[in-house]
Design a binder for this molecule. Structure first.
Ligand code: ZN
Length: 384
């Protein structure tokens, strides 16, 4: 049975603002930081503990004993007041984590808020300056080796370039506006890694980079988002900033192995690594391939796109695994998942994309693939 202070804490957590985690908005708060004055979920409390007690002092709401002064401080502050202080100047391009986001994002958000106080002292936001330069390890295109490369981000030039040792000319030059960046913690080791995806000569190209320091990787991620937002504002001056900020980067909707056959019903099933990146369903021989073998554009359902269980009419494949197919205006693509729940997840993810209205950026992406896709990469647009 909780004593009087314990009961006060349990009353406080019911108050508006305190019942969701101060850092990730998760609906279950189990802990509080009694020096900062916030209520937290279990995972965020774990990160607070790792910061050290000089930054954050954590107690369990029910299992720990509460002192009068600690409860009083929680009463005086609480999640809403604390947010006003620690999140006063969060830039609109900064990605705030939610409970299902990669751990690296959540951890760096908490460190940025309370340890480095980046959203109180804006001069600490190195990622908001429009330029960034530094070394990252880049995975080789041909094998698993990783080499240090110098990367230079320039918002003014709309480019991210990387250089081999001290060579004057960049090895690659990527337009910021054509680039997506996603955390790739489960694909590359170590987990402090990013996957940069962009269009190169009509096909998507993936680059994998990492840095041992999680803070550096998140800084690069935010710097790309910052530059992209400013460039988008120039391109679309009437669109509200909050709207533009939603399309800066996108996580992959789903990834994993599927078996794929076609274009002819007699073609055998081949195991491929699939990535659903917005409206692009890409397939690769291997997880970390630099280029997809093919890219299937997923348009809106009103334009003749659908995803259906089983084989297309007239196909008589032997039942291998859990089959479904995607119909596009030009042809059907037949896939097989290893498990029934995996098939359901793929179909639901693809259906979600088909239900979304096409944006100008979607049409742009489609037109680039149409215009430049080289035949040798087996792009779907050229498959008969
Ligand atoms: Zn949380």
């Amino acid at each position: 049975m909780a004593d009087i202070n314990g009961r006060r804490v349990l009353e406080l957590v019911k108050k508006t603002g305190n019942s969701v985690c101060a850092d990730c908005n998760c609906q279950v708060t189990e802990y509080a930081s009694y020096n900062i004055g916030v209520f937290l979920c279990t995972q965020c409390a774990g990160i607070h503990r790792a910061l050290g007690t000089h930054i954050s002092k954590i107690k369990h709401l029910r299992l720990d004993k509460w002192e009068e002064s600690q409860v009083k401080h929680l009463e005086e502050v609480g999640n809403i007041v604390a947010k006003r202080k620690y999140e006063e100047r969060v830039p609109s391009f900064y990605r705030r984590p939610s409970e299902n986001d990669p751990q690296i994002l959540r951890e760096q958000w908490i460190r940025a808020k309370y340890e480095r106080e980046e959203f109180i002292h804006v001069e600490k936001q190195r990622y908001a300056r429009g330029t960034m330069e530094g070394f990252l390890f880049k995975r080789s295109k041909v094998d698993d080796s990783c080499k240090q490369r110098r990367f230079v981000l320039s918002e003014r030039d709309n480019t991210l370039k990387y250089y081999v040792s001290n060579k004057k000319d960049p090895k690659a030059e990527i337009r910021i506006l054509d680039m997506n960046v996603a955390f790739a913690p489960e694909k590359l080791k170590p987990p402090t890694s990013l996957q940069l995806t962009y269009i190169n000569q009509g096909s998507t190209r993936h680059i994998y980079v990492y840095h041992d320091d999680a803070e550096v990787i998140v800084e690069w991620y935010m710097a790309i988002r910052s530059a992209k937002l400013n460039l988008l504002q120039v391109a679309h001056p009437t669109q509200p900033e909050t709207e533009l900020a939603q399309s800066l980067t996108q996580d992959f909707l789903k990834e994993g192995f599927l078996f794929k056959t076609g274009p002819k019903p007699s073609d055998g099933f081949k195991r491929r690594w699939f990535t659903l990146d917005g409206r692009k369903l890409m397939y690769h021989d291997q997880k970390l391939d630099p280029y997809p073998k093919g890219e299937i554009f997923i348009g809106h359902s009103s334009d003749g796109y659908s995803v259906q269980m089983g084989q297309p009419l007239g196909w008589k494949l032997k039942d291998v695994g859990f089959i479904f197919h995607v119909k596009t205006p030009s042809r059907s693509f037949v896939f097989s998942a290893e498990r029934s729940d995996d098939r359901e997840e793929w179909m639901a993810a693809i259906q979600t994309v088909m239900n979304r209205l096409m944006t100008p950026q979607d049409s742009f992406c489609r037109s680039i693939l149409l215009a430049k896709a080289p035949k040798k990469r087996n792009s779907f647009l050229f498959q008969k």
